[in-house]
Ligand binder design. Structure first.
Ligand SMILES: Nc1ncnc2c1ncn2[C@@H]1O[C@H](COP(=O)(O)OP(=O)(O)OP(=O)(O)O)[C@@H](O)[C@H]1O
Ligand SMILES: [Mg+2]
Length: 490
């Protein structure tokens, strides 16, 4: 007689192992969010709560700096706020259009940027009652327990109360912004500038990621998002408002694998080349924060919210000749597993089963983009030279790529700019600095700023120093004033 193998674990005592709060919450701070992606995850929640207005404010005040995200959604009752703050919060998700998925975003996104996350909510339109709770990293590290702090009514600062005075909604407040400030002693102008730069990046990111919501596409009412009081305008990667944008009819792919079924829609576009844009400003804006070359490729949307922008997901390489091709790829949350969406909602993978079909689907648009590129090259004016000196074409006027620098001036004095084929113009330092800032990518901008600041710090000696120390009358580099002006406005 064959003896049956006993099932593993049967008949034995099981042991519950509760993770260490101190270790896990600290580790979960590093899930790969950057500041804009973290805020976007909070905005997802507000949209799901039916918000029509979302106000994001960033206040710089050394150690007391904060970020606040307020919405006018349906809000939460006290028990719901507590559940919302639970790592792995449970709730039912609408498979077709839910933006949430993991029950983690509110916590992981927030704690990736700050040490103190406070959520206050009002769910009763008739009563101003607010419930508020907080995760506090210092408390977790001290107690090693999964304990949130209740914030009593008397502790509700105006910061929480004010936004919920007239309607239901939720306020998410981040304090002790260790990751955002990045300095042990976050004082002085550098911090202000750092946060100001981060806010610009935030605006760009949200305007892109939620552009369909901001524009009221898909039969929704328009969503209003403000950053420090400024209303965001949708950034449409396909510039569908431009007459010369070409599109290929959408292609619908049916995904059916291992019992998972769903539809993936592909909408290819070829953007106009520089001379075909309605205005130079429209062309410059369409370049996007990563500029033309790196903004080509797939724009992948999950439930109409962008989760990937640009790049060909290893189906092709980035290529100057195809930089005008941008392709919208849309899937609904039923295909989350297939697309391997990550918690930060910043990355997906094209399912293997779809790769070949997608390659075929984009083939025509690639050809169109290459043809458009050739057209643009044949109509582009050759780089101008004058009096034997090198010159560059003004980027805003000639609209060439920031990535393709044709001529490099040897010195600032050599820098002549052609605004048109007939009108010659000498760039001022201010113009040059402005253009540097404008064409630099996100990463480059920080470097450019750091260099500018160093330049600005080179002081012109005082008259007394010149007299006493026999210094040359002008040791400054002549850039201090315009640089200071620029940095003040940056
Ligand atoms: N602004 C808000 N208004 C109303 N309810 C909210 C708000 N923010 C969060 N919640 C509630 O808290 C829950 C937990 O949010 P959290 O972002 O942690 O997870 P999720 O949205 O369910 O999934 P994901 O991890 O994918 O974001 C949400 O499911 C929602 O019920
Ligand atoms: Mg969420």
């Amino acid at each position: 007689m064959v003896q049956e193998e006993p099932e593993i674990g049967m008949g034995k005592k099981n042991h519950e192992l509760i993770p260490s709060a101190r270790r896990l919450i600290s580790s979960l701070r590093d899930m790969g969010y950057d500041f804009p992606a973290a805020v976007a995850d909070i905005v997802d929640n507000s949209i799901e709560a039916g918000a029509s207005r979302i106000a994001i404010d960033v206040r710089t005040d050394a150690d007391d700096s904060w970020v606040r995200i307020c919405d006018d959604g349906i809000g939460m009752k006290p028990a719901q706020v507590r559940e919302a703050l639970r790592y792995g919060a449970t709730r039912e998700y609408d498979e077709r259009k839910a933006l949430g998925k993991f029950g983690l975003g509110l916590k992981t996104a927030s704690m990736s940027q700050c040490q103190h996350l406070l959520v206050a909510s009002r769910s009763n339109p008739k009563q101003q009652q607010i419930s508020a709770y907080a995760w506090d990293l210092a408390h977790i590290l001290e107690t090693d327990s999964w304990e949130i702090l209740e914030i009593g009514a008397h502790e509700h600062a105006d910061l929480l109360r004010e936004p919920l005075k007239t309607h239901t909604g939720t306020v998410v407040l981040w304090r002790r912004l260790d990751r955002m400030l990045g300095f042990k002693h976050p004082y002085g102008g550098m911090i202000k500038k750092r946060l100001a730069t981060m806010c610009v990046e935030l605006e760009e990111h949200l305007a892109m990621v939620f552009h369909r919501y901001l524009a009221g596409e898909g039969g929704r009412r328009r969503l209003r998002i403000t950053v420090n009081g400024k209303s965001l305008r949708a950034w449409d990667p396909f510039v569908r408002g431009e007459k010369a944008t070409a599109s290929v009819p959408p292609i619908v792919l049916h995904y059916d694998h291992d019992g998972v079924k769903g539809i993936v829609t592909i909408e290819p576009y070829v953007l106009p080349h520089q001379n075909e844009f309605s205005t130079p400003a429209a062309h410059a804006a369409a370049a996007g924060s990563l500029r033309w070359n790196r903004q080509q490729g797939f724009y992948i949307y999950r439930a109409d919210r962008m989760v990937q922008s640009g790049g060909w997901s290893n189906l092709r390489t980035l290529d100057e000749h195809t930089k005008l091709a941008r392709v919208a790829v849309r899937f609904d949350p039923r295909l989350d597993e297939a697309f391997r969406i990550n918690v930060a909602k910043m990355r997906v993978q094209i399912p293997r089963q779809l790769r070949e079909q997608m390659e075929q689907a984009i083939a025509p648009v690639i050809k169109m983009a290459q043809a458009a590129y050739r057209r643009s090259q044949s109509t582009a004016a050759p780089p101008a030279t004058e009096g034997g000196k090198q010159s560059v074409v003004h980027p805003a006027e000639k609209q060439r790529d920031s990535e393709t620098i044709r001529v490099r001036p040897k010195t600032l004095a050599d820098l002549k700019v052609v605004r048109s084929s007939t009108l010659h113009h000498m760039w001022t330092i201010e113009e040059l600095l402005f253009e540097l800032e404008r064409v630099a990518t996100k990463e480059e901008r920080l470097v450019v700023r750091a260099v500018l600041e160093r330049l600005a710090a080179i002081e012109k000696p005082t008259e007394k120093q010149v007299r006493d120390e026999h210094l040359p009358a002008r040791r400054g580099n002549g850039l201090e004033r315009p640089l200071r002006g620029l940095l003040k406005h940056a």
